[in-house]
Design a protein around this ligand. Structure first.
Ligand SMILES: [Zn+2]
Length: 301
């Protein structure tokens, strides 16, 4: 049994067919953690979709209406880079509900894990880069409005900068945003996070881990969070199709351990989402995400 809950719903799979975003990875991670006896079925909770009220804490009424009523313009559709369907919209609402549930679990158990989500390219009034709505921001706003939480640190290690996150929380002194990403990659422009670490093409394990360690130390010098929302993309991997960094599978596990150890040492709860991961072999992406669960189990047991 895990010392924390995993949150998962089969609706996370957007069934995009032959698409670089292989959303079947979520179900594959779930199956692998069960098959490898890393988790038991009772460790896994199924979320309800987020309510529209919760989504509207972050997104404009206009954007939510367009998504719910299929009235996106051609350019809005293109910018998403995934096909529109009601099932896809429902998948994003489920991911947001999953992030709310995982954040609540983190408050209760010290750690919570959404086997999905991390849609950090969604802005209040538009979506882009495979992201319709920003599940992590929605979870933060929901817990803040419940009075459960105020000061939040977001640590984003996806290879792509968290532009939606940076935009949503730009003027919010209660949310400190950190993004470690490849500089020479989507998105362009990159609205400033509170702390951006722009990495050179080909950055490898050792340098990455050193810069992450420094960034976390700086974040804690400048800010005292009550909870960490960790967006642990699998796409800094050296064989990622949409990334240009050179981390190994082992290096990525060390990355996760580093974030979790720092949080544990300070007794700060952590909530995790997966975000990107586009390895040539989907099995590699699944291994990297599964290792995030293993790292959490090792650090939080
Ligand atoms: Zn990414």
């Amino acid at each position: 049994m895990l010392p924390f809950k995993l949150v998962y719903h089969q609706g996370y799979d957007l069934r995009l067919g032959e698409h670089v975003f292989q959303s079947q990875k979520f179900g594959m991670v779930r199956n692998l953690v069960l098959a490898e006896h890393i988790a038991e079925p009772s460790d896994i909770l199924a979320p309800e979709p987020a309510t529209d009220e919760d989504v509207l804490r972050v997104h404009t009424r206009e954007w939510v209406d367009k998504l719910k009523h299929d009235t996106l313009s051609a350019s809005e559709r293109m910018r998403l880079e995934i096909p529109y369907s009601e099932a896809v919209v429902r998948g994003f609402w489920l991911a947001a509900g999953g992030s709310i549930l995982a954040a609540r679990c983190a408050l209760k158990d010290g750690f919570g894990f959404n086997i999905g989500g991390g849609f950090h390219h969604a802005f209040p009034g538009h979506g882009e880069g495979f992201c319709m709505i920003h599940d992590v921001a929605i979870a933060i706003r929901r817990l803040q409005s419940d009075g459960a939480l105020r000061k939040v640190l977001i640590v984003d290690t996806d290879v792509h900068q968290g532009n939606g996150t940076a935009a949503i929380f730009a003027d919010d002194p209660d949310v400190f945003t950190v993004s470690l990403h490849q500089e020479n990659n989507y998105p362009e422009p990159k609205p400033p996070s509170d702390l951006d670490v722009n990495l050179a093409d080909g950055t490898g394990d050792e340098e990455y881990l050193e810069l992450l360690d420094k960034a976390l130390a700086e974040a804690f010098r400048r800010f005292a969070p009550e909870m960490i929302f960790y967006i642990g993309g699998a796409d800094p991997y050296r064989e990622d199709q949409l990334g240009g960094l050179s981390l190994t599978i082992e290096g990525l596990k060390h990355r996760d351990e580093l974030v979790f150890r720092v949080a544990r040492a300070r007794n700060i709860p952590v909530m995790v989402t997966f975000a990107g991961g586009y390895a040539q072999r989907v099995e590699d992406t699944v291994t990297i995400h599964c290792n995030t669960v293993i790292a959490a189990k090792e650090v939080f047991s």
